[in-house]
Design a binder for this molecule. Structure first.
Ligand SMILES: Cc1cc2nc3c(=O)[nH]c(=O)nc-3n(C[C@H](O)[C@H](O)[C@H](O)COP(=O)(O)OP(=O)(O)OC[C@H]3O[C@@H](n4cnc5c(N)ncnc54)[C@H](O)[C@@H]3O)c2cc1C
Length: 483
């Protein structure tokens, strides 16, 4: 007999865990995640969580968010994000979230690219995501099932009835009155990315298959400062806060070339910085570095303990050593289309929150540190909406079709690498129409091969990105297309 829940939350990052924390204990809630719970993007977030500082800062935060998003944002969603941040941040602090404070106990705020003021809260110095994830894990009172991979949504006649997933490698059907998608972004589609290996766009791919709209998929954000000289798919990010605090991006001769691209230099929005670095490398063939030599050693180690430790293991000593950097895929601004309560239009009982969602807050480009904030603000709204609505009980249909035994096929690994290369080269930082057509053809070629379910889902999402990029003829925000 298949299990039945009130709510299944797919994903145990900040959005999934905060949604679960916002649902009462009396509800039967199951939180699922693919791997171990901390293998998610939330865990790797470094810089911090943006918040409006006070009522007076709300319009300024809104304007910064809209400007970064090239005014492609949904104004209502941005207003909600910023206004609600005051309450949500206060609730997190009240509940004991250990954001960093000064010696007198005042919260410390830092500034990141394209923010007008210092309004980013951080924790553990540069380990904000890890601290927030731990905090949310401790707060969660609901069942959390790890090692569970969702490979299908049970949808019939405009209603979602649950999911199919491998639970500890066993194909299993799990029914629920509501399913909340909190499965994160699309990082694993790109050869160079900063994302957790669990973030691979499978649920986006299921949505494509079911005719559920994805939106703004052309707007993929690339982080400008990533150490890519490691053998793993997930590359090591050097937080924006480093540049916020004054680190320089330099060419081989120590020249701060970013001022040739934007008068704000290192503090221009991240798409401009990423393109500047990409273009400079391409034009000069030089390596580009992040330089910390202006920082006091003790201050640097205390402010950036995580980076200091991680790179010490690779032989770097900060602040004296400069570090070679490249841009890499970082964040999906677009995602599964929903309203400001996370409701997916046209499908009863199906919500989406966090990076998986396209609420419209980020527009064409996310303002730094707005995504942890989006995670909490919109998770709570979805939970409130879900609690407030009447459940229409219908007889659960039988979902016989099952892909559980064909998740992987023999040549998937090879095709997966080809896909990642294509996405990086042709649907990456600088796109051309010819490159996008080439990518589209290769993706559709692979879709017709003997491939497993999970690769098929990734290809669905990749195709959605490429098609959205082809449809937008002009550059906007993080979508940059060369004539
Ligand atoms: C290196 C790095 C640094 C960052 N720094 C910052 C920062 O300083 N500030 C900021 O605001 N944002 C930052 N971000 C972005 C931010 O961390 C993410 O956008 C945010 O944490 C996403 O949270 P989420 O809950 O939506 O998804 P995630 O935290 O990515 O969680 C996704 C969850 O979904 C699960 N999942 C996925 N697919 C399936 C499936 N098929 N079946 C079952 N489970 C599934 C995963 O196992 C995981 O539990 C950073 C991101 C990275 C990668």
């Amino acid at each position: 007999m298949a299990k039945k829940y009130d709510v299944i939350v797919v994903g145990a990052g900040i959005a999934g865990l905060y949604a679960a924390a916002s649902l009462p204990e009396k509800m039967k809630v199951l939180v699922l995640c693919k791997d171990i719970p901390w293998e998610c993007n939330t865990f790797y977030a470094q810089g911090g969580m943006a918040t409006a500082l006070n009522e007076a800062d709300v319009p300024v935060h809104i304007e910064d968010t809209m400007a970064a998003g090239a005014y492609h944002n949904d104004a209502e969603a941005v207003r909600i994000l910023s206004e609600t941040s005051l309450k949500t941040t206060a609730e997190l602090v009240e509940a004991g979230m250990p954001f960093d404070r000064d010696e007198r106990g005042n919260l410390l705020y830092t500034k990141e690219a394209a923010h007008s003021v210092a309004r980013i809260l951080h924790a553990g110095g540069d380990a904000t995501g890890r601290y927030m994830h731990y905090f949310m894990m401790v707060q969660n009172r609901h069942q959390l099932q790890r090692n569970t991979l969702v490979y299908d949504l049970l949808i019939e006649e405009g209603r979602c009835y649950g999911v199919k997933a491998t639970v500890n490698y066993e194909p299993t059907t799990l029914y629920a009155d509501n399913v909340v998608i909190a499965s994160g972004g699309v990082g694993s589609l790109y050869a160079f990315n900063t994302n957790s290996r669990t973030v691979s766009a499978d649920i986006h791919g299921i949505c494509v298959e079911k005719g559920i709209a994805l939106a703004d998929m052309e707007f993929m954000q690339f982080h400008p400062t990533v150490y890519v000289e490691t053998p793993f798919a997930r590359k090591l990010l050097l937080t924006e806060a480093l540049r916020g605090e004054g680190a320089h991006v330099i060419g081989e001769k120590g020249n701060r070339f970013l001022f040739d691209y934007d008068p704000r230099g290192e503090l221009a929005s991240r798409d401009i910085v990423a393109r500047g670095i990409f273009d400079y490398k391409r034009k000069t063939g030089e390596k580009v570095y992040l330089d910390f030599s202006m920082f006091d050693e003790a201050w640097f180690h205390e402010r950036f303990p995580n980076i200091t430790r991680t790179f010490a293991a690779l032989g770097y000593r900060f602040p004296q050593d400069r570090i070679p950097i490249s841009p890499a895929f970082h964040y999906a601004n677009g995602g599964i289309a929903c309203d400001v309560n996370g409701v997916i239009p046209g499908i009863e009982g199906l919500y989406v929150i966090g990076e998986a969602a396209r609420t419209g807050v980020h527009g064409a480009n996310r303002l730094a540190s707005n995504s942890l904030l989006e995670g909490v603000v919109f998770a709570k709204r979805a939970a409130e909406h879900l609690k407030g609505k009447a459940i229409s009980r219908t007889k659960t249909p039988l979902f016989e079709k099952d892909y559980g035994n064909i998740l992987h096929k023999e040549n998937d690994k090879r095709y997966k690498h080809t896909l990642r290369k294509i996405m990086w080269e042709d649907a990456g930082i600088i796109r051309t129409e010819a490159g996008l057509h080439k990518a589209k053809n290769l993706i559709y070629d692979m879709k017709n091969k003997e491939i497993g379910r999970l690769l098929q889902l990734r290809l669905n999402t990749a195709a959605a990105i490429v098609e959205a990029a082809l449809a937008r003829k002009e550059s906007l925000g993080s979508h940059y297309i060369e004539a």
